[in-house]
Structures are given as C-alpha cells and as structure tokens.
Unconditional design. Sequence first.
Length: 318
Amino acid sequence: MRNFDANTFNRTVLLCHMKHAKTEFMYLPILLTLEQAWQSSGARVHRASSTKRMAALTAGDVVVWVGMGRAAGSVPWADLGKRGVLRVQYQTEPFGDRCQLPRELTAGSDRPRDLWDGLRDEIWDYSRHNVELCRGISRVPYRYVPPGAFSDASLPAKKRFLPEPRADAALASTAAFLGAIPSNSTPGMPGYARRRCFATLKAELGAGLRHADSAYTAAALRGELLKHRVFVNLHKDCGSPLRPAEAVRFAVLLAVGARVVSEHANPADEREFEGLVEFVPLADLAQATTRALAAEAGSAAAQAQSDRIAIFRERFAP
C-alpha cells in the first residue's frame, strides 16, 4: 500500500476541482489548507480545474480531486495509477446514516465502478462522521483530513475574503446563517428540513437573525464576515443530530474568531471543535444564539475572539 505520509519534498502535487466559480470558492478552505501544508514540506503545488496538467505527472507525484460529481469521471485515473501517480479523492458531501460514496462511470467504460476499484489510492474527508461510516467499506485508506487554519494571503487581493478580526460590539446585534436554503416545500425533499428549521428559528429571533444567502464571492463573504460576529449553523437535513459538522464553513468563521452556535452533530466531530463551536439541541438554538449575541456585546468579547483564533490556529494548523 502506498503511503501518503511519505516525504513529498520536490514532488509535484496537483489539486483539482470542478470548473465552476461558485464551487471553487466553496472549496477554497480545503484547497488552501492542502496547498499550504504541502508547500511547507517542499512540494511544488498547483491548482487546476482541468486535466491538462496531469499529462506531466510522474511516479511519486500526487493528484487530489476535491469535490464530488460527474466531472471527476473525466480524469484518467487508471492511466495515472499505471504511471505511479498517487491518486486521492477528497469527499465533500455530508452523509446521513450510511456511506454514500457514488459509483463512477469512467471514459471508455459502460460499467460504473466503486472509487476504490482501481480508481483511487486514498479517499479523504472533512468529517469524522463520514469516515466512521465509510472506513469499513472502502478498500483503500479512508482518512480524516479537515480544512485547517489556512491563510488567503496567497490569493490576488480582489479574491481575498478573510478580513482582520474586528472587536466591535455593534456587530453583535444580529446573527447570520451562511448557507443555502432551497425553496423545496415538500417534506422529505432535499433542503426542506433546513428551510423549516430556519423559519422556526427566524420566528423566535426575529431581527436578531438574517440569512446571508449570497456569500459565494470573495467580496460578498468578506462583507458578511465584517457585519457579524455570531453565526448560526444548521445541517442540510436539520433536526438529525448524528450528522457531520460543517467543518468547511467552520474553518472560514473560526479563522476570523467568529462565535459559532450549531445544532448538535456527530459527537466525534463535536470533539474536534470543543471550545471553538457551541453545539446545542435544536430546540435550544434560539436561546443559545441570544446568549452568544449578548456575550459578543460584552467587555470580554475581544479576548474571547483572540482566544478562539489562537486555539483554532494551534489545533488545525495545515
């Protein structure tokens, strides 16, 4: 079995993702974490949204595909494996009660294959919940590799989205929810549970909660991070506590020291964010948000913000 913990000095690492501006932006916490971790070990790291650079990869190089979806089927996985390139899939979807890795239809084949069926050497995931579900099923190593305390300083100025933390009590009047709330109105359909939960929470908090529903560009996300110091987190299938913690979203919020209040997640994920995110029963989320807003308006808020940033940087260093 190939070992991804081996020294990557002077190796080439190619981080790939689907060519879609919104998707690429959502995955930046993962991409920047991996990029900075490998750069610190002396690897040559490139990011790409196509397969062109893969032709130059040789034995010992690494390719990581971040995200799920049909676009990964265009990658010459079998050929990369024959050339000795180490192939990694970074899994980004929240799983429910079972491992839900898709089967993949590759070029020149009419039979879908499991990702570990000669297509990947390892699978990485942002959540311990997902890892627990899939580790006993996958026939290749399935690892917990969360997004970390990344920096966006390497990005062009107009694409940076992490502002300097602000200790301003005026920012603690309203909490925000970052994330999609689909318009589905049919119970059981994707997104319905989150829509229902947000509506209930909004009814309890009123003007104390807003939906930041357009934060999919650097300028928009930076603006939201400058407006709020308290953020609420809801799962896609809100109300189901044994679900993955939204670690990609947490990485952005904790990087600027925001206070995050979330409905309960899988205990294994919650332990990773102990002291950084407050997890509460869904029924108590409104009260917890009210307490968080009050705390952020208090005199100890600035120190608490600094403490969260320090803990996050130490625990989740790339």
